[in-house]
Design a protein around this ligand. Structure first.
Ligand code: 0O2
Length: 221
């Protein structure tokens, strides 16, 4: 009957979201291991913070409508790759690239897409290195491969993005021109601070630890 049908849908949705939750946890664990290993091996911690978020069903539904995807779980699986998100906030710009390389080089990881908004910031000034990576998740019923969006950024980039996000929603996505200009200038200031802090760190601690693994070329250049 109807109640059974609704329960079935709920269970199906929970199973669907759980796969992403598990994939996110795998990536979170990988980043925690890299962080701890870096600390022991190089006496240096390149990771300031790792946070995770699972897209809410409402937000998935909004994206399904916005992108004209059919409301079918398989279609959603194919077309929405940021249901699981992990954000890695790093000390310096080079740490963001290095941590990406160390994740991308792992045997069970496939890099599906990279958007380098650090090298090519968005017109509003937004910077971060985005990667969609696929990770296997081993369930009682078999193995599934789950896409996870990983964002690598510095503390300064994160500071800027969190303020911009608040302003964007405060003005209901219609940010007044003068604020757009100020935000773009603030993004430049943040980038200058990043460069300055990296130089200062180099002066105090000497050269940056040599890369340990193979450096992975970014798909698409
Ligand atoms: P939340 O709240 O972080 O989940 P699309 O996802 O289709 O809109 P695209 O091109 O697939 O866009 O994704 P893209 O450009 O890789 O960026 C997706 C995520 O990056 C966003 O997720 C934000 O987290 C972050 N982001 C991208 N551009 C901006 C920006 O201009 N300002 C800020 N503050 N963050 C940005 P969500 O799902 O939009 O939001």
């Amino acid at each position: 009957d109807l109640i059974e049908h609704v329960r079935g849908l709920r269970d199906e949705m929970n199973r669907f979201l759980n796969e992403y939750r598990f994939g996110m946890r795998e990536i979170e664990t990988k980043m925690s291991i890299l962080r701890e290993d870096f600390e022991h091996t190089h006496s240096y911690n390149p990771v300031e913070n790792v946070s995770c978020r699972l897209k809410s069903p409402d937000s998935i539904a909004e994206k399904v409508v916005r992108k004209g995807i059919s409301p079918d779980l398989e279609d959603i699986r194919r077309n929405i790759t940021d249901i699981a998100g992990v954000r890695v906030t790093c000390s310096f710009v080079r740490d963001a690239y290095r941590l990406f390389d160390l994740l991308a080089g792992q045997d069970d990881i496939t890099v599906r897409e990279v958007k380098d908004y650090i090298a090519r910031p968005k017109p509003n000034g937004y910077k971060s290195l985005h990667a969609i990576v696929e990770v296997p998740v081993f369930l009682s019923t078999g193995t599934v491969t789950v896409p996870v969006e990983v964002q690598f950024r510095t503390i300064a980039m994160d500071f800027w993005a969190s303020l911009e996000h608040k302003i964007y929603y405060k003005y209901d996505k219609q940010v007044p021109g003068h604020l757009i200009d100020s935000l773009r200038e603030a993004a430049e200031t943040a980038a200058e601070l990043d460069a300055r802090m990296e130089r200062l760190h180099g002066e105090i601690h000497g050269p940056y630890p040599r890369p340990v693994g193979p450096l992975i070329a970014l798909p698409g250049g």
